[in-house]
Design a protein around this ligand. Structure first.
Ligand SMILES: NC(=[NH2+])NCCC[C@H](N)C(=O)O
Ligand SMILES: [Mn+2]
Ligand SMILES: [Mn+2]
Length: 309
């Protein structure tokens, strides 16, 4: 049950074979593998109507025509792709469908969250990740835009004209993080300065995942009235659980903790959009790839109402 979705409940799969927000090839294959693993039928099995008419075809931007802007790599490409994703996600959300965006790297969330907030301006964001992805054009060390989408959505840092379409639609009090454990020094400063709430793995260890999700919801959605956008980077999971991802960090969420988050968000009845990001099927042996793709699918099912009993 979800309060903001029309019936019959329809999941719109937005497959985003995109890797331009980071340097490692293969993350563009993530959505293709998840669909090939049977995700669509699995969701139909759960009772969803599923819309999927092929993966997103992105307009090409010639690399020669896309030199860095300051430190930002592939800026024009990332901007174009995420703008198209915002249109797609916003369009589905406005029809009362649940956009399920399969990445692809996490720069895509610039698009997905813009789309959600266009349809549901009061939505809050629950961001599950080892990383805060809140570097600005100034603070980034890597220049990889998948480490920056949150700062763009908040309107932090000096504006980059190529990203003029991204409006500062997200308020700092409307986002909460769970799972952080690899946050750059500049990002720690940004989180503090903007009073952004985050539950790192330290809090998960201290309180347990059940309490952490409850505290996260109490913070970002105290009356359980706002629509929820769940953006899940699979590197939030421990590398032993989801090995096939571009920036693995040890000390992450267990299999159950990851699924518990998805189940608990579904139980609120407030979910309006879901991202599953950073599945990269080319970074490990076949068994690890299969494990990671399978978990990508089971996280989607958990967030879309699959129960254990
Ligand atoms: N979506 C991700 N996996 N992001 C990793 C970001 C790593 C680092 N903080 C950076 O800015 O490059
Ligand atoms: Mn991450
Ligand atoms: Mn991320």
């Amino acid at each position: 049950m979800s309060r903001f979705l029309s019936s019959p409940m329809t999941a719109a799969i937005v497959g985003c074979p995109f890797s331009g927000g980071q340097p490692r090839v293969g993350v563009d294959q993530g959505p293709i593998h998840m669909v090939e693993a049977g995700l669509i039928d699995q969701l139909k099995e759960l009772g969803w109507a599923v819309k999927f008419d092929g993966h997103h075809q992105f307009e090409e931007v010639n690399v020669q025509m896309d030199p860095p802007i300051g430190k930002l790599k592939n800026p024009r490409l990332v901007s174009k792709v995420t703008e198209a994703v915002a249109q797609a996600v916003g369009g589905h959300a406005k029809k009362g469908e649940l956009p399920v965006t399969l990445g692809g790297d996490h720069s895509l969330a610039m698009g997905t969250i813009s789309g959600t907030l266009d349809a549901h301006p009061d939505a809050c964001v629950i961001w599950i990740d080892a990383h805060a992805d809140i570097n600005t054009a100034e603070s980034t060390g890597s220049g990889n835009i998948h480490g920056m989408p949150v700062s763009f959505l908040l309107g932090l840092g000096s504006p980059v004209p190529e990203f003029a379409w991204v409006k500062p639609v997200l308020k700092p009090e409307r986002i909460v993080y769970i799972g952080l454990r690899d946050v750059d020094a500049g990002e720690k400063r940004i989180l503090k300065e903007n009073n952004i709430k985050a539950f790192s793995m330290h809090e998960v260890d201290k309180y347990g995942i059940g309490k952490v999700v409850e505290m996260a919801l109490d913070y970002v959605n105290p009356r359980r009235a706002f629509p929820i956008h769940l953006s899940f980077d699979v590197d939030a999971l421990d590398p032993s659980v989801a090995p096939s991802t571009g920036t693995p960090v040890r000390g992450g969420l267990t299999f159950r903790e990851g699924h518990y988050i998805c189940e608990a968000i579904w139980e609120t009845g407030l979910l309006v959009a879901l991202d599953i990001m950073e599945v990269n099927p080319s970074l490990a042996d076949a068994a690890s790839v299969k494990q990671t793709v399978t978990i990508g699918c089971s996280l989607v099912r958990a967030a879309l109402g699959e129960t254990l009993l």
